[in-house]
Write a protein that binds this ligand. Structure first.
Ligand code: SF4
Length: 339
């Protein structure tokens, strides 16, 4: 299905409803339950596990042409990489910004500045505003979105998260977010704890994705350039030695959501961050094998029958998807390197 439509947040902003939701979300910061860690710290004057206070912290923002084709499309996705993270993944490929030098008050981004970034990305022709790792900064992001909507922002918002999201927060994003693109990293609780330091990852991620599905369903709405303007795309990163439990996640998606949900099956794993320590992470010290990738493809074919799947190239992906945040304007290789 193709269409052009104004994103829901534009009307919510016009009616004053988005401002009310922002106020509610900002109250979450006073005894923080913005994510399932529920640190209960007052983020106006102390930091919780995500080391992020009441102001946004942006690591990088730029048009990005290497996201899934329905996200980057022809004119690129307006990616806004939020610094810090509420997970601690041992293999994080963005660890320089998610787990490196943590936030300081001098590196925060005001609501005004963040709104200006959104509008600038629209002015550069991007199809969407792509919030990358937004979970712990939703109150700040929505405040900037409300301001940007009054300044003419009218392109879809993509919520590109690690899946460790709060349902209470997601309910307040109903009609605000147009495209949900969560990870579903693990199907096993112990693995989620060991590799990402997250209690009950599968429970929380599945509950969050159920809420995303309730909001946008399994149908995709594309614009006339093939960019996704409303829908759900779940990312499954295949890990060596079946540590992600991809087949079990696909079974759950097919049985509890729909076999027509869009899936992005990812082969880009390579040892990064702490998994470069082979002695500490012997099961994660290599890229995935052809056999492991083949079994993931068979599982996708077995459980899913939708039209909206994206499947990475097994051979080239681990080389191409390596961000370098030393230049925040160009953290990824040029589009020519992806094709
Ligand atoms: S958003 Fe940060 S402070 Fe709030 S509960 Fe999550 S990790 Fe803790």
């Amino acid at each position: 299905m193709t269409t052009r439509r104004a994103p829901g947040y534009v009307e919510l902003a016009t009616r004053g409803q988005l401002a009310r939701r922002v106020r509610t979300l900002q109250e979450f910061l006073h005894s923080c339950t913005v994510c399932p860690r529920r640190c209960a710290v007052d983020r106006r004057n102390e930091l919780g596990e995500c080391a992020t206070g009441s102001q946004a912290v942006v690591a990088s923002w730029t048009p990005h042409f290497g996201e899934e084709p329905a996200i980057s499309a022809k004119r690129g996705s307006g990616t806004v990489f939020l610094a810090n993270c509420n997970l601690r993944c041992a293999f994080c490929q963005n660890h320089e910004i998610s787990q490196g030098k943590r936030t300081s008050s001098s590196s925060t981004t005001s609501t005004e500045e963040l709104a200006a970034i959104f509008v600038e990305l629209q002015n550069r022709g991007c199809h969407n505003i792509n919030w990358v790792s937004p979970t712990h900064q939703v109150p700040q992001l929505t405040a900037a979105l409300e301001l940007a909507a009054h300044r003419g922002l009218a392109i879809p918002v993509v919520y590109n998260s690690n899946g460790y999201d709060s349902v209470e927060v997601l309910r307040l994003l109903d009609g605000v977010v147009d495209v949900y693109m969560p990870d579903l990293k693990y199907s096993d609780t112990v693995t989620g704890n060991e590799l990402s330091g997250a209690q009950d990852y599968p429970l929380h991620a599945r509950t969050a994705i159920l809420e995303m599905f309730r909001q946008v369903g399994d149908k995709w709405i594309l614009d006339d350039e093939g960019a996704l303007v409303r829908g759900l795309l779940i990312r499954l990163l295949v890990l060596p030695n079946d540590l992600a439990g991809v087949e079990e996640s696909l079974r759950w998606i097919a049985e509890e959501l729909s076999p027509r949900v869009g899936i992005s099956l990812m082969a880009q794993y390579y040892p990064a961050h702490r998994t470069q320590n082979q002695a500490q992470y012997p099961l994660l010290c290599r890229t995935i094998s052809a056999g492991e990738w083949g079994r993931a493809l068979e599982s996708l074919e077995h459980w899913m029958d939708g039209d909206h799947h994206n499947v990475q190239d097994h051979q080239s992906s681990p080389r191409y998807y390596r961000p370098d945040f030393s230049d925040p304007e160009v953290p990824f290789a040029d589009i020519d390197d992806f094709i």
